[in-house]
Design a protein. Structure first.
Ligand code: NDP
Ligand code: ZN
Length: 351
């Protein structure tokens, strides 16, 4: 089979590999559509998770099941399925402890395009099919379905990590597709004011639609200063970080109220340390929590988030700004995600 792979850091291309083998609890799937993630960019061009050789990229897509193992109960060949980017081993101790995303070791629930071949391939392998796949509802199209792999669950996990409650003022740093879903998630959880940080006009427009009430540009000086100015020096209740870099945490701590919580889902692709400002962190006693996490993955979450879209409560159509048809366009889509032109939110390739 053909797959589009990271050959080494900074180099990618099509390669030929054997079709993966299906274990007793697994499924082999054929993509119906795939989306490119900023994480693919970090992995391939920044080497953020280390070097990988001939590893097929991609972890966002929806698919048709072509084969299942003999212990799989709920899926059969021909089923159209949602596929989470994170596919934990649900019988691991980490999953039993509530940290499915770290099943088998830190971040090890993230298998596609991390330490096994991903979904940019004619066929891909899904471990623990009953625990990880979900049936694709009939009224969700394959392009929107790709947003359910990673953008929705990750953006929403940022909101969970920040513990957004009714009436909270929330700062969302970064309004790419992940941050946009954090805006949408914060809005659904009852946030009052939602201040969004980002500049691409297409993202700003989408953020308004998802519930952002105010905007800050990181290009107009420090974010914290602008947020403090907008909030009479008080700052915000909660912060979701879905953009920026290691330096963003200091800014966030500076404009977070005591007792506030930061939820980070940004993938820090470079930098060695994160500085926490001593004084603004209440000299160690400010009750300002910093949580960072990979989204949990798995079937239940896919079913629930899919149900939100299916019921018309979450419109994903603004996210997919560039939709292509056919494998020939995959590389173009990947390079678009790297270059982030002003009119791009998310590129999708359907088949
Ligand atoms: P994008 O690059 O599309 O969006 C990044 C956003 O951050 C943009 O709004 C951008 O603004 C803004 N930004 C850029 N520089 C700064 C800065 N210095 N300070 C503040 N904001 C800034 O990314 P995605 O939405 O696709 O992904 C966001 C992050 O989430 C990525 O790092 C990605 O790898 C990670 N991720 C994490 C996952 C997880 O499970 N934890 C899963 C998937 C993704 P502008 O409008 O100017 O471009
Ligand atoms: Zn992703």
């Amino acid at each position: 089979m053909k797959g589009y792979a990271m050959l080494k850091i900074g180099e990618s291309g099509w390669i030929e590999k054997d079709r993966p083998k299906c274990g007793p609890m697994d499924a082999i799937c054929r993509p119906l559509a795939v989306a490119i993630c900023t994480s693919d960019v970090h992995t391939l061009w920044e080497g953020a998770i280390g070097d990988r050789h001939n590893m097929i990229l991609g972890h966002e897509g929806c698919a048709e099941v072509v084969e299942v193992g003999e212990l799989v109960r709920d899926f059969k060949p021909g089923d159209r399925v949602l596929v989470p980017a994170i596919t934990p081993d649900w019988n691991s101790l980490e999953a039993q402890a509530g940290y499915s995303m770290h099943s088998g070791g830190m971040l090890a629930g993230w298998k596609f395009s991390n330490f096994k071949d991903g979904v940019f391939s004619e066929y891909f392998h899904v471990n623990d099919a009953d625990g990880n796949l979900a049936l694709l509802p009939d009224n969700i199209n394959v392009v929107d379905a790709c947003m359910l792999s990673d953008m929705v669950p990750t953006g929403f996990h940022g909101v969970e990590l920040a513990d957004v409650q009714f009436g909270d003022s929330v700062l969302v740093v970064g309004i790419g597709p992940v941050g946009l879903m954090s805006v949408a998630g914060a809005n659904m959880r009852g946030a009052s004011r939602i201040i969004a940080v980002g500049t691409r006009p297409v993202c700003v427009e989408a953020a308004k639609g998802y519930g952002a009430t105010d905007f800050v540009s990181y290009k107009n000086g420090p974010i914290y200063q602008q947020v403090l100015d907008m909030t009479n020096g008080k700052g915000v209740d909660k912060i979701v970080i879905a953009g920026g870099g290691v330096e963003t945490f200091a800014e966030a701590v500076k404009c977070l109220k005591p007792g506030g919580k930061i939820g980070n889902v940004n993938y820090l692709g470079s930098g060695d340390n994160i500085d926490i400002p001593r004084v603004e962190w209440g000299v160690g006693m400010g009750h300002k929590q910093i949580n960072g996490g990979l989204m949990p993955g798995g079937r239940l979450r896919m079913e629930k988030l899919g149900a939100l879209v299916s019921a018309g409560k979450l419109d994903l159509s603004p996210l997919s700004t560039h939709v292509f048809e056919g494998w020939d366009h995959l590389e173009e889509a990947l390079f678009l995600m790297r270059d982030k032109p002003a009119d791009l939110i998310k590129p999708v390739v359907k088949f």
